[in-house]
Design a protein around this ligand. Structure first.
Ligand SMILES: NC(=O)c1ccc[n+]([C@@H]2O[C@H](COP(=O)([O-])OP(=O)(O)OC[C@H]3O[C@@H](n4cnc5c(N)ncnc54)[C@H](OP(=O)(O)O)[C@@H]3O)[C@@H](O)[C@H]2O)c1
Length: 271
């Protein structure tokens, strides 16, 4: 994506992370642009990243080869129908729940659209994003879209857009599941007599350490779990309780509920 000019519509949290990540990965600031209705926000992007900003989305569209929609899903239809979208550009949306076909229609059809589902750890450059490309997207444009999301974490492509609803249920909503496990461990630690502060610190650091091990070791999470579960030991007792209470089934039910809601939202938001 050497000479591509990348423009972000919406200078919010995600645009800030993506632009920060791209600049850290070596993209020159004169290839990045952003629009936002708020003048103070525009000034902060110029100050922090030395990039050109616009109040008018159309001005940005005319200058860029890649347009990233980094606005709330509720305003995407209005913004996409208002701009005069050129055919040659790649349109990348990170707005949760809006189907690529809806965006393509709002832009005037026959547009190259990549729909991505990032997650909140993207804000600390540790995100996980699912991506889907419509049939208009070239291989080169796919690589560009992937490099943009890779600036804030890992990326995976899905061939069937419906799978983005599963990605939403897994990595999109997933950070909240881990927060809930940390909350539950913190509460249980307090019940066992630890101070609230100690319990929270141990719960969070254990989550971090376990994740780091899972990322850095070749073993699958199941193997890592077995390795710390000695026969007759303490972990075995805890795991037995989780199994008896149906933890795995609970995750399956919870993620199906999240997937179903993602499907419903896509229908509502894509109208
Ligand atoms: N945050 C995450 O971790 C995360 C994860 C997954 C997906 N996403 C998706 O990423 C998108 C952006 O999220 P965010 O957290 O960055 O949102 P955000 O912080 O609210 O940023 C959106 C920005 O767009 C501006 N805006 C509103 N209308 C505009 C218009 N017509 N033209 C140009 N800019 C406009 C907003 O200004 P005002 O505030 O003045 O309206 C705001 O500064 C959302 O669609 C969200 O679903 C975010």
């Amino acid at each position: 994506m050497n000479n591509q000019r990348i423009g972000f519509i919406g200078a919010g949290n995600m645009a800030r992370s993506l632009i920060g990540g791209l600049i850290s990965s070596g993209v020159k600031s004169d290839r990045l642009f952003v629009t936002d209705p708020n003048e103070d926000i525009r000034k902060s992007f110029t100050k922090d990243f030395s990039i050109k900003t616009f109040a008018d989305n159309q001005e940005l569209v005319e200058q860029c080869d890649v347009i990233v929609f980094a606005i709330k899903p509720q305003v995407l239809k209005m913004v996409a129908t208002e701009i005069n979208a050129k055919n040659s550009a790649l349109y990348l949306t990170i707005a949760a729940g809006i189907p690529s076909e809806s965006l393509n229609n709002w832009l005037g059809s026959n547009k190259a659209v990549v729909r991505s589902m990032p997650n909140t750890p993207s804000l600390v450059l540790s995100g996980a994003s699912g991506l889907y490309a419509n049939s208009q997207v070239s291989e080169e444009q796919k690589e560009i879209a992937e490099s943009i999301l890779r600036a804030v974490g890992i990326t995976v492509w899905v061939d069937d857009e419906a799978q983005l609803d599963a990605v939403t249920a897994l990595s999109g909503s997933g950070p909240a599941y881990f927060f809930m496990v940390m909350e539950a461990m913190e509460k249980a630690g307090i019940e066992l007599g630890l101070s609230a502060e100690t319990s929270r610190l141990l719960a969070i650091q254990t989550g971090f350490g376990a994740t780091k091990l899972a990322l850095e070791m070749d073993d699958a999470p199941e193997e890592l779990r077995k390795k710390v579960t000695s026969p007759g030991g303490t972990t075995e007792q805890a795991i037995k309780t989780f199994e008896e209470k149906g933890l795995v089934e609970i995750f399956s039910l919870a993620m199906k509920a999240a997937r179903d809601r993602a499907e419903e939202l896509a229908k509502e938001l894509g109208k």
